[in-house]
Design a protein around this ligand. Structure first.
Ligand code: PEP
Length: 255
């Protein structure tokens, strides 16, 4: 498995197709030279996947998707399966992002089904876990994250690449990242939970833990210094070419 730091650009629902194509072209020019040292994954909307795939194909940048449905060829109106994402050129897929859990009622069981389906199609799932502000203030963040993680990993053997993204909900899109010391404790807990579930050699080989929540070029280095954190899921800062280029450049130097 590639142990380069992993930086994932999550464009969410921010850009029209021509804007996604434009930004992808600029990423291809600006970020290619860092791609030996950092693995950069770009996640456009489903509508942008095909065009962005064509742009990234001749580069070392990698295509990811923001979400998927589980299963194949069943009557799910609006669904896009892991097989379809693979066919479009994606190698990664975010599953269980808190925005989908919160706004669309996605459950732990759905996240697990997505992760299993991604793995069975050779897509690497980026499984998001994280507590809300209320849960944090009530002293329940550890319980919440462990339960989300165990549920998401149910029936997963650990023999395929899998990314766990620790994303405290209160730090996403707020411009207020978690303190690195707090992230350190939570990723250690995530690592420990993996140890409870899988043999160590499989964890070392197949699992990567990253952080997400208001990452920018000024703070990414602090997170990458942490034991167990090997990358970041980046929303807002990935929409700004200059800022994201700086962020990837810092990443290359930090780990
Ligand atoms: C995210 O998209 O998961 C995210 C962490 O967004 P932001 O970087 O804007 O906080």
């Amino acid at each position: 498995m590639d142990k380069k730091p992993l930086i994932i650009a999550n464009w969410k629902m921010n850009l029209l197709l021509n804007e996604e194509v434009g930004l992808a072209k600029q990423f291809a020019v600006k970020l290619e030279r860092f791609a030996e040292k950092a693995e950069v994954v770009v996640c456009p909307t489903h509508l942008g996947l095909i065009e962005v795939s064509k742009i990234l194909k001749p580069t070392k940048l990698i295509l990811g998707a923001q979400d998927m449905a589980w299963g194949e060829n069943w009557a799910l109106t609006g669904g896009v399966s892991a097989g379809m994402l693979k066919d479009a050129g994606a190698r990664y897929c975010i599953v269980g992002h808190s925005e989908r859990r919160r706004n669309l009622g996605e459950t732990d069981d759905m996240v697990n089904k997505k992760a299993l389906s991604a793995i069975s199609h050779g897509l690497t799932p980026i499984i998001c876990v994280g507590e809300s502000l209320d849960e944090r203030q009530a002293g329940k963040k550890e319980v919440k994250v462990i339960s989300q993680l165990k549920a998401a990993l149910k029936n997963i053997k650990g023999d395929q690449p899998t990314v766990i993204s620790y994303e405290p909900i209160w730090a996403i899109g707020t411009g207020i990242p978690a303190e690195p010391s707090e992230v350190a404790l939570m990723v250690e807990l995530i690592h420990q939970t993996l140890v409870d579930l899988f043999p160590l050699d499989l964890i070392m080989k197949n699992f990567r833990i990253i952080y997400g929540g208001s990452i920018d070029s000024g703070n990414i280095g602090d997170f990458l210094k942490l034991r167990y954190v090997v990358g970041g899921l980046v929303g807002t800062a990935s929409l700004n070419l200059e800022e994201f280029t700086k962020l990837v450049q810092v990443t290359k130097l930090s780990k």
